[in-house]
Design a protein around this ligand. Sequence first.
Ligand code: 4G1
Length: 217
Amino acid sequence: MKIQIISLFPEMFEGVLGNSMLWKARDKGIVSYEFVNWRDFGLGPRKQVDDTPYGGGDGMLMMVEPLVAAIEKAKANDPGAKVLLPSPRGHTYKQSDAKRLAKTDKGLIIICPRYEGYDERVTEWVDETFCIGNYVLTGGELPAMVIIDSIVRLLPGVLGGETSAEIESFQQDDKSVEFPQYTRPEDFRGLKVPQVLLSGHHAEIKSWRQKQSRDRL
Ligand code: 4G1
């Protein structure tokens, strides 16, 4: 899977894409990460990519012209790729989206807006818009990284033997919550591991975990 990222701050991705699992996926040739230099498509001698909003209002918006040029450049590299736009106006990104996107053998082009957002007309060049939650962020880079991490770990051959089939099986579509887990020691300053987990009764452990998975903290 070819993942192309349109960002003004590609260095923000170094730590995340350089981490073991996302890097190993690249080493194994399962995924590639490429950056399109948005600034290259900026207008005028200052290579401008943002401008003030029509109708007034605070801040700046990503201009449609440089952004569409960047998308077209990415499309020329990978004509079948899907264009994703993280946006507070998108529908909430879920595990079912990660699964669906991991299954398609299409490449991805992910746009990372800055400032107050983008000229709405760019959405004509976008296939899907996602929101990772309701809070204000400084840019689309972190949502892009969330989306990449959630997809790449699902690509065949990435997790190898590390897949927790148990956890995944609890993950029925988007509703489940993880159960609490414990490792050594059995007693930490008087805080004990639930007895059922030490019992060896697999059926009881399974039902305890299912019950815990339903209750959020
Ligand atoms: C209005 C949060 C604006 C933010 C209302 C989750 C947030 C992209 C996301 C904003 C962004 C709310 C996301 C806001 C995001 C342009 C650049 C938009 C950053 C930007 C609740 C700033 N999931 N936010 N505006 O944060 O891109 O995907």
